[in-house]
Design a protein. Structure first.
Lengths: 265, 285
């Protein structure tokens, strides 16, 4: 993870400069009416890295995702995806992005194939290209035999895998996953996490993985700890742990959140 | 998966803007999805047909002798009451289809499907217009299925060309009512509130129009109600279809329907613009 202020900036309408961050968020704030949801949030995600956005439910993770994907717009602050400003050049920015939202977004009444083709069309991809592209991901996740099944008949873990395959259809260099393993059993969680880590290592996809599950963090991961819309700490998980004077990231997280609650209950 | 598998198309996506081909694919995908959803919901198709057929075969038969229709344009002779209300029922199908668009958008928003549409890199106005056109085509299919059944009861236009000349009118009315449905969907917070649309929009629009009775009849009973009917864009939608079915153009109706379509569509696009925060108001805590 890098300090956003040191990152190269984009000029004009998205001509990329040298090695922009996969995701760069600078001084981002947002509120629901009078209730602040994000306060002056800044962090970045390096290309081809796995970054965990760690926070309790209601910490602001989903709000952040809605802002990055432009479901909500024009907040104070800046969001750049590979240098493309989400509000200034939304089309170019969104093209770099694959998203798996916390809420399931597949059409339950359509088959897996129909869902994939629909998503492909929303990115201007031909059916042939989409099926070829999804074949690799579906085989890797063991879902290639389910193409003609209705989504309604699949398990929660299978739906998540399909959603990940769908998010990768247009070959985005950045993948956002919001609580992608929530509600899944241990094996399904482990499989999905392993698959996403594989994408980072082997395919060079940058990942922002939002979760409240401590056991999904390894010491080598980049971590952004968020609580009540504020970033409490960020860096390598091992560094965050050390700074908090804890033995492992779980204790460090609890300690950081406790201090934040005392400061602003 | 290999890294090459990702970087090759990535480079293309990274640099190029979307061209006509990509826009066409996106449009086709949205139309295809709406059609599939319609075909999967057979009960929706059946109920969309049963509603006007009940009006045609039961209501019209019962009221044939009560509600007389004088010779008014576009009719050149006395017509049966069934003939009179057929254009109104065609408009009724598009009205309920438009509200189905509204329901479908609220449902998609609650189920999360709307997010996949709105995070597409295509301009939001294009996505909404494509969805609107898709809904209109589905409505047109229902109208022609209704006309096919009506044909076997000898309810038909004066010449077969009427089936063709009414198509642009049906499509335009479908766009108007679909855009209205889209605009309304931005105002509905929850799926449960959708019943209000039926009570406060569908029924008043339908009954305060020339769908079931000519306006001169209404004026006889209540001049102010006739005035409301004249202001109702659905009245003009019915008249546009009625005249087109008889291979004629009602310019006033055409103007009103075009204007209302534009008004509702711009309203819907503004309502769904992220900076307006509609989704945020609906989804935020």
């Amino acid at each position: 993870m890098t300090d956003p202020s040191t990152l190269p900036k984009m000029t004009g309408r998205g001509t990329p400069g040298p090695a922009p961050a996969a995701l760069e968020i600078v001084h981002l704030s947002h509120s629901y009416g009078a209730r602040p949801a994000l306060r002056n949030v800044s962090f970045s995600v390096r290309p081809a890295s796995f970054c965990i956005l760690l926070g309790l439910n209601g910490a602001g993770k989903s709000t952040l995702f809605s802002l990055i994907t432009r479901l909500y717009a024009a907040p104070p602050g800046t969001i750049r995806i590979f240098g493309f400003d989400v509000n200034m050049t939304p089309s170019a920015a969104l093209r770099q992005l694959g998203v798996v939202f916390q809420a399931r977004t597949l059409d339950l009444d359509l088959t897996v194939r129909q869902n994939l083709l629909y998503h492909a069309s929303l990115h201007g991809i031909s059916a042939k290209e989409a099926l070829l592209s999804s074949q690799i991901v579906l085989e890797r996740t063991g879902m290639s035999g389910h193409l003609d099944e209705r989504v309604r008949t699949l398990s929660g873990g299978q739906i998540r895998r399909i959603e990940i395959a769908r998010a990768l259809l247009h070959h985005p260099p950045l993948l956002l996953l919001d609580e992608a393993t929530a509600g899944l059993d241990i094996k399904a969680r482990a499989d999905i996490l392993a698959h996403v880590r594989y994408l980072v290592a082997e395919a060079g996809v940058g990942v922002l993985w939002a979760t409240h599950l401590i056991d999904e963090v390894t010491p080598a991961d980049d971590v952004v700890v968020i609580h009540a819309g504020r970033i409490l700490d960020q860096g390598l998980a091992s560094e965050v742990t050390a700074r908090a004077g804890a033995a492992e990231i779980g204790t460090a997280f609890t300690s950081l959140v406790s201090v934040a609650r005392k400061e602003s209950p | 998966m290999t890294s090459a598998g990702l970087t090759e198309p990535l480079d293309r996506n990274f640099r190029q803007d979307f061209g006509v081909v990509q826009y066409a694919r996106c449009f086709k995908g949205i139309v295809w999805r709406e059609t599939l959803r319609f075909l999967h919901q057979r009960e929706r198709f059946v109920s969309a047909l049963v509603r006007p057929l009940v009006w045609l075969f039961i209501f019209a038969a019962g009221f044939r002798s009560v509600l007389g229709v004088s010779i008014i344009p576009p009719y050149e002779t006395y017509v049966l009451y069934e003939d009179y209300i057929t254009p109104g029922l065609m408009a009724m199908i598009t009205l309920f289809s438009g509200m189905q668009t509204s329901l479908s958008m609220v449902y998609d928003r609650e189920m999360g499907n709307m997010r996949s549409l709105l995070v597409s890199p295509f301009p939001r106005w294009f996505l909404l217009v494509s969805k609107l056109i898709a809904g209109t085509l589905v409505a047109a299919i229902q109208v022609y299925a209704f006309l096919l059944i009506a044909y076997f009861w000898e309810i038909e236009p004066p010449s077969p060309f009427g089936y063709l000349s009414v198509l642009p009118a049906v499509l335009l009315v479908g766009l108007m009512l679909g855009a209205l449905g889209m605009l309304l969907s931005s105002l509905i917070k929850q799926l449960e509130n959708f019943a209000g649309i039926m009570n406060f929009v569908n029924f008043p629009m339908f009954f305060a129009s020339s769908a079931l009775y000519p306006l001169w009849r209404v004026r006889e009973g209540s001049p102010w109600l006739a005035y409301i009917c004249e202001l109702n864009p659905f009245t003009h939608a019915v008249e546009l279809i009625r005249f087109a079915f008889y291979e004629q153009v009602n310019l006033l109706a055409l103007g009103v329907v075009l204007g209302a379509t534009l008004f509702f569509l711009i309203g819907a696009i503004v309502a769904y613009d992220p900076s307006r925060g509609m989704l945020q108001r609906r989804e935020g805590p």
